[in-house]
Each structure stands twice: as C-alpha cells, then as structure tokens.
Write a protein that binds this ligand. Structure first.
Ligand SMILES: [Zn+2]
Length: 102
C-alpha cells in the first residue's frame, strides 16, 4: 500500500529559520529512510514546498500497522513539535487503472 504524508508548519516555526526546529528536521531527513526500512516501509519520494511550508512524502508500506510503527519512531515523532501531519492511504495510477478496467 501507498501512504501520502503531508506535513505543514507555519512560517514562524519554519526549520529553515527557527534554530530550535532545525536539528529535528536535519535528523528526520538523515534518518527517515533508515527508520522506514526497520519497518519494511520504503520512502518513494520526499518533496518540499518551501514557500508553502509543507513537506510531501510518499511511502510504500506492507500494511498500515507497519506504517504506524514507523511513524512512532522518535525521529518521526519529533517534527510533530512544529508540524501538523496528515497520512492518507493512496492508490498508484497503475492500481487505479486496474480497478477501472475490472
Ligand atoms: Zn518552512
């Protein structure tokens, strides 16, 4: 399964400018793939909308249980200090096309 994570923060709490959140963000970027792999979750991509203060990440997980355990790792929980996150199960275009052709 695929999960889209959207993490948003305010301009005032942006880790690019707010020193107290910078180290949490650096640690997350450095460790996210390693932490994901511990739970058999694959990081497919991470994109930043700097002007919108948002991060978009797509993961492939064996199931929601594995995904949630990955998200409960300390390096994943720390950015919640300055971000609001949503986690949306999504389907790939190939999966959607197969569903449409059934
Ligand atoms: Zn920002």
């Amino acid at each position: 399964m695929f999960v889209l994570q959207i993490a948003k923060h305010s301009a005032e709490s942006c880790p690019m400018y707010e020193h107290k959140y910078k180290s949490m963000a650096v640690k997350w970027y450095e460790k996210v793939e390693e932490q994901a792999a511990k739970h058999k979750v694959k990081v497919l991509g991470i994109w930043n909308d700097h002007s919108g203060h948002a991060v978009y990440a797509i993961y492939e997980a064996p199931d929601m249980d594995a995904y949630m355990h990955f998200q409960m790792e300390p390096e994943c929980m720390a950015p919640l200090a300055f971000n609001k996150c949503v986690h949306i199960p999504v389907f790939s275009a190939a999966e959607t096309l197969a569903m449409l052709k059934r």
